[in-house]
Write a protein that binds this ligand. Sequence first.
Ligand code: NAP
Length: 260
Amino acid sequence: MDLGIKGRRAIVCASSKGLGRACAIALANEGVHVTITARGAEALAKTAAEIRAANPGITVTEVAGDITTPEGRAAVLAACPDPDILINNAGGPPPGDFRNWTRDDWIKALDANMLTPIELIKATVDGMMARKFGRIVNITSAAVKAPIDILGLSNGARAGLTGFVAGLSRKTVINNVTINALLPGPFETDRLRSTAKGEAEKRGVTPEQILADRAKLNPAGRFGDPEEFGLACAFLCAAKAGYITGQNILLDGGAFPGTL
Ligand code: NAP
């Protein structure tokens, strides 16, 4: 299926690895020029080179920096001031017990997973509306729908973003600018593998054992493949996806047990 977005420009935040990288690849495969970001320049350059090699006809711009800082966001916006597509993403906050979290811990989580996407939307949405095309996808978490107790910082910050977007996305769609969220369940990325490492040490088993046990618990019997996530993201950015806005779409292999 041709998604009708060839030649569009996208900012894909936090995209040297994992889900962000998969979104950048899927968009590039549709002929979208991508500006990709991450803090680590080496992995970012490697991903950029891979995308370029697979899609010689598009421009791939790398911006190394921390997207949760004003400087990081300014650098990305300088490289791509008028994006047609914005994929918001950043690392997730650490797990823990809320009794141990300080105000600073909360501010960091809010900065990364609520205020950074809102700042980037603020910087780009009016231009998209004026040009009558825009697709914004926020990568949040299945925890928005089914909170995970030890991920309270993530539950709180992402719920804040979701509430904000619920209002705005009904105002932008009149100008063909949609804002949706993709809610990942367990996808096989570095983040998933690193959480298994910690749990394995605690339980005295191998990380592979932890991952195999966790995969079995999912109704699909496996973790999600980042490529599946990237393709769903590209679909939400399609020219003909202009009637989907304000939605929070779970990609979790059926793990959420509710009817709706
Ligand atoms: P990942 O494999 O660890 O990849 C994270 C990517 O984001 C890397 O490219 C990383 O590069 C970049 N990044 C992280 N913090 C950044 C920052 N402050 N500024 C710029 N780039 C940054 O993680 P993932 O699994 O793809 O997860 C992506 C998001 O989905 C996270 O918020 C995570 O909490 C959420 N999520 C993931 C899952 C899952 O199963 N994978 C499930 C639910 C929610 P650098 O480190 O070099 O910056």
